[in-house]
Design a protein around this ligand. Structure first.
Ligand code: DGY
Length: 326
């Protein structure tokens, strides 16, 4: 069977696939267009794609042989799952292996903003450091403050648990009660409004859906403390980026740390100029270890799926309920 891989991923994943299948990898070191993905898919049985690929109805229905889609990401808002399910194509993702790594980046951003690390680095490199000064580049303490976690799935829970050493008061929003956070941290489930009003630091960990699109808009930014720091390592469109630019420019909040953007890879021009925001190029899962685990996981899903089994990380298992031989 033949597989199309939309971008080079770590070798161990590709090697595993090559043992079983004929593998064609995007030869360019760039994101492919939808048309290029459709072209690459011609005659292929499997598609290994990235979160940057628009896997919509046209792509899903472009190749009659297509039997399996393995995404190299945990978030799959870029894939039309309903269209894949309709065609009986299983779709898999890479949950779990990137949880700690993404939670760590959220903390890195939180500290970068609160302690003005990027600004301080630039200031020092540019030769502006003339000696210790009482009022030089003052930031904010993190310990003993209130941490607001929006969404306590795998990543949100892990992010919150890492606050233990900083003795924080933890508030969270989620559809479910998070017993682990309540037991281990004394965390409190609250409404979004309460979380926004009472938290010193707010970190977003919900998936992008119709319900979470622009979850943080002008109104929500106004509800935050003037000293609040907002972190987003989830998906860009959860925040209205225009409203965030206003909030940062007019200092409704202290700052933000962003790994994701509303129109990725485009970033609002204003964000480039603002000092109270730290920008990261969507590297939440970006460590050698994690990206390798993701490659192996995507490859395993692909192998099992193409052989007719249920991929361990299948996100549309209904496909198998309707037609167990798919
Ligand atoms: C994912 O896998 O969804 C992450 O955004 C990658 O960093």
């Amino acid at each position: 069977m033949k597989i199309f891989v939309t971008r080079k991923i770590p070798e161990p994943g590709l090697d595993a696939l090559k043992k079983e299948f004929s593998v064609e990898v995007n030869p360019f070191d760039r994101i492919l267009t939808k048309e290029e993905i459709i072209k690459g898919l011609k005659g292929k049985d499997g598609l290994l794609c990235l979160l940057t690929d628009p896997i919509d109805n046209d792509v899903i229905n472009a190749e009659p042989h297509l039997k399996m889609i393995a995404s190299y990401a945990v978030g799959y808002d870029n894939i039309d799952i309903a269209a894949a399910t309709k065609r009986g194509i299983p779709v898999s993702n890479t949950p779990g292996v990137l949880t700690e790594t993404t939670a760590e980046l959220a903390w890195a951003l939180l500290f970068s903003v609160t302690r003005r690390i990027v600004e301080g680095d630039t200031f020092t490199r540019e030769g502006n450091f003339k000696g210790w000064a009482p009022m030089l580049m003052l930031g904010q303490d993190v310990s003993h403050k209130t941490l607001g976690v929006i969404g306590t799935g795998r990543i949100g829970t892990t992010f919150a648990l890492k606050s233990k050493g900083f003795h924080m008061h933890v508030l969270y929003t989620d559809e479910q009660t998070n017993e682990q956070l309540e037991r281990e941290l004394g965390a409190k489930k609250v409404t979004l409004t309460t979380l926004l009003k009472e938290s010193d630091f707010i970190s977003i960990h919900v998936p992008l859906t119709k319900q979470t699109h622009h979850l943080i808009d002008e109104k929500e930014l106004h509800q935050m403390k003037k000293t609040a720091v907002l972190i987003n390592t989830a998906r860009g469109p959860i925040i209205n980026e225009k409203a965030l630019v206003r909030a940062l420019t007019e200092q409704w909040i202290f700052g933000a740390g962003l790994d994701v953007y509303e129109k990725e890879p485009e970033i609002s021009e204003e964000l480039h100029r603002l000092k109270n925001v730290v920008l990261q190029p969507h590297t939440g899962s970006g460590t050698i270890e994690t990206r390798t685990k993701m490659a192996l996981m995507a490859a395993e899903n692909m192998m099992i799926g193409l052989k007719g089994g249920i991929p361990p990380n299948c996100v549309n298992t209904e496909v198998f309920q309707k037609n167990p031989t798919t």
